[in-house]
Write a protein that binds this ligand. Structure first.
Ligand code: ZN
Length: 199
């Protein structure tokens, strides 16, 4: 089966991944965890903000997962920060799931401009099970689903934390994007927001 854990930053994706894997480890399943080289926050491990961690193999190319699995006895394959991998990861996960491995992928669904990460979009479409987690809006306390970059940097991928990003609800995200960009990518038709709620 192919399972995807997704959501914005600060939604606890890695914590959820670790929780699922710990449960499986208790059931004596053999687990292999992979993460991309681009994520420099931790070495050879995945770490949740609540302090839990698991050993992980750092790889560049998704095909390295296949090589590893062929050479080692594994039941469950977990991949964290999957949005940083090329779309080849989709085929790798698909094949592994078809070969009856349990594949669990965690990653961001969209970037700071609310544009889907292509690898994740495809994985979500192909998944047998999807968990979309939410964070708490760092401006109003509502349920947050968007990753907002409050520092002015233009590259799509910048590894950062709360020094760079905020989790926001849709409303606060739209307000911030409107204030910051003349025509935000997520509001390209340029309509004004609805002001009154009809009863
Ligand atoms: Zn909000």
């Amino acid at each position: 089966m192919l399972e995807v854990i997704t959501g914005c930053m600060f939604s606890g994706k890695t914590a959820e991944l670790i929780r699922l894997l710990e449960r499986m480890r208790i059931a004596k399943l053999k687990i292999a965890v992979f993460k991309p080289k681009i994520d420099t926050r931790t070495q050879n491990q995945i770490k949740s903000r609540n302090g839990n961690e698991l050993e992980a193999l750092v790889i560049n190319d998704p095909k390295e997962i296949l090589d590893y699995v062929v050479q080692n006895q594994v039941d469950v394959i977990a991949i964290d920060e999957a949005q940083f991998f090329s779309e080849e990861l989709v085929d790798v996960c698909d094949e592994l799931a078809d070969l009856s491995y349990h594949v669990i992928v965690a990653g961001l669904d969209t970037d700071y401009l609310d544009k889907p990460f292509e690898t994740m979009a495809q994985l979500i479409a192909k998944a047998d099970k999807i968990t979309k987690l939410t964070a708490v809006c760092m401006e109003c306390g509502a349920e947050a689903t968007k990753t907002y970059r409050w520092r002015n940097r233009k590259d799509r991928i910048i590894v950062g934390d709360s020094d760079m990003y905020k989790a926001l609800c849709r409303k606060c995200y739209a307000m911030n994007m409107r204030a910051k960009h003349k025509r935000p990518i997520n509001m390209r038709f340029g309509y004004e927001p609805r002001t009154k709620t009809s009863k």
